[in-house]
Design a protein around this ligand. Structure first.
Ligand code: NDP
Ligand code: HSE
Length: 433
């Protein structure tokens, strides 16, 4: 079984290392030896340290490598949309099996890859694309196929989890915690994809597609990052017995006519410290799956890093290699349900709102009136002195579940009230309170 490795960076180099270290075991598990036919990279002259591989295998001609007749499996760990998309479509159409860790591509145009796999008859596996080492996609697409998944809630970005965990532990602000994450090598030089939620949104799209048998792309995911989360937000969350996490939430629901829909969103949210996801610290990932018959399932582990991600890549390589030897193909996509994706405004959620208000008669009534006008029911209200010594008060309001659009309109109207000095913090609340 011969494989073409596209990319030899953080993940690719570990794939090479593990392939080398475990070659005898892998051959025994697959039923045939696994050999690297070639490794496509961008810079031939790059120092690759003591990588245990013949330097003659490196090439910059990825397409030429993919097209070789002696290549059975293409492993893509380059990343990005192009040229990866064109190369993988070419490989799949030619009947090769593909293993990829490329969440951005799968979320952008997974359909093109699945169509090409169906056309060529090879497998398309991508376990490493979501939550790194955690076996999650295979359970969703195989083990749970006899069940009906109702919701997937996850922490799927390690960088932001590290930052938010640091903010919770030390009271640091976002910028300070990001600096620490960068110094320790958790955050990339350009952290935009992580802190603005793009990385988590791509993973959310992949999870939703598998969970709900529906093609969901990155553009279908409501996305908010963590750059606006302040030390005051975290302090407010802690005062309520909560913490703040960047959550990806994919849920079944229904529209106004009772037709089944899905909603997929990524945003920071307050969760109670008793919630299973609250204790997921550092750069770890965890995903909580709820299914009708299975009940609640939790998946936890390392979501990034060379070796953990290479572990998932190699698991896929073994699976597709076995399939090829057996002459079978596993349908990688199940999109028969084709459920419509509900806009964020219709998603049902809860808000925690902290207001600085004038402390005088009628203020509570005026504030409550705004909620009532938007048909948003208040669950709890807490009032305390503002701490500014100016006679103002702080009102902390937690709502019941309501459509997100109604909650957002409530906050907008509150901002316009004279008696509201400022809307200090607005956070969604998940997982009960
Ligand atoms: P790196 O940037 O470390 O490595 C990218 C590799 O691709 C390099 O070897 C580079 O070549 C090669 N490459 C880039 N452009 C081209 C090109 N045009 N032609 C040929 N080769 C090219 O990326 P990572 O290993 O971190 O990530 C790879 C994939 O895995 C991405 O899709 C990422 O999202 C995903 N992933 C990564 C995780 C992680 O923890 N790093 C976790 C989960 C998924 P050269 O070496 O010459 O520069
Ligand atoms: N940047 C990602 C993270 C890597 O922080 O989780 C894994 O996809």
């Amino acid at each position: 079984m011969r494989l073409a490795l596209l990319g030899c960076g953080t993940v690719g180099a570990e794939v090479v290392r593990l392939l080398n270290e475990q070659s005898a075991d892998l051959a025994a598990r697959i039923g045939a030896p696994l050999e690297i036919a070639g490794i496509a990279v961008r810079r031939l002259g790059r120092d690759r340290g003591d990588l245990p591989v013949d330097p003659g295998l490196f090439t910059t001609d990825a397409l030429g490598l993919i097209k070789r007749d002696d290549v059975d499996v293409v492993v893509e760990v380059i990343g990005g949309i192009e040229p990866a998309r064109g190369w993988l479509v070419e490989a799949l159409r030619a009947g090769k099996s593909v293993v990829t860790a490329n969440k951005a591509l799968l979320a952008e145009d997974g359909g093109a890859l699945h169509d090409a796999a169906a056309e060529g008859g090879g497998d398309l596996y991508y376990e490493a694309s979501v939550a790194g080492a955690i076996p999650l996609l295979r359970p969703l697409r195989e083990s749970l196929h006899g069940d009906r998944i109702t919701q997937v809630t996850g922490i799927v970005n390690g960088t932001t989890n590290f930052i938010l965990s640091a903010m919770h532990a030390t009271g640091a602000g976002f910028a300070e915690a990001l600096e620490e994450a960068t110094e320790l090598g958790y955050a990339e030089a350009d952290p935009t994809a992580d802190v603005e939620g793009f990385d988590a949104a791509a993973k959310a799209a992949i999870l939703a597609s598998l969970a709900f048998h529906t093609r969901v792309g990155a553009a279908d995911v409501h996305r908010e990052g963590i750059t606006e989360v302040t030390a005051a937000d975290m302090a407010s969350a802690k005062a309520m017995g909560c913490t703040i996490k960047l959550l990806c939430i994919a849920a079944r629901g229904a529209d106004g006519q009772g037709r089944e829909t899905v909603s997929v969103r990524v945003h920071p949210a307050m969760i109670p410290l008793t919630h299973p996801l609250a204790s997921v610290g550092d750069a770890f990932n965890a995903v909580f799956v709820e299914a009708e018959a299975a009940g609640q399932l939790m998946f936890y582990g390392r979501g990034a890093g060379g070796a953990p991600t290479a572990s998932a890549v190699l698991g896929d390589v073994v699976a597709v290699a076995r399939n090829r030897l057996a002459g079978v193909r596993v349908a990688s996509e199940s999109a028969y349900a084709a459920l419509p994706v509900r806009p964020m405004g219709e998603a049902l959620t809860r808000y925690h709102i902290s207001l600085d208000v004038a402390d005088r008669p009628g203020v509570l009534e005026a504030v409550a009136g705004v909620f009532a006008r938007h048909d948003v029911s208040i669950a709890t209200v807490r009032q305390g002195p503002s701490g500014g010594g100016n006679g103002d008060a702080v009102l902390v309001i937690v709502t019941h579940v309501a459509p997100d659009a109604a909650l957002a309109a409530t906050v907008q109207e509150l901002r316009g009230l004279d008696i509201v000095r400022s809307v200090a913090s607005v956070l969604r609340v998940e997982g009960g309170l």
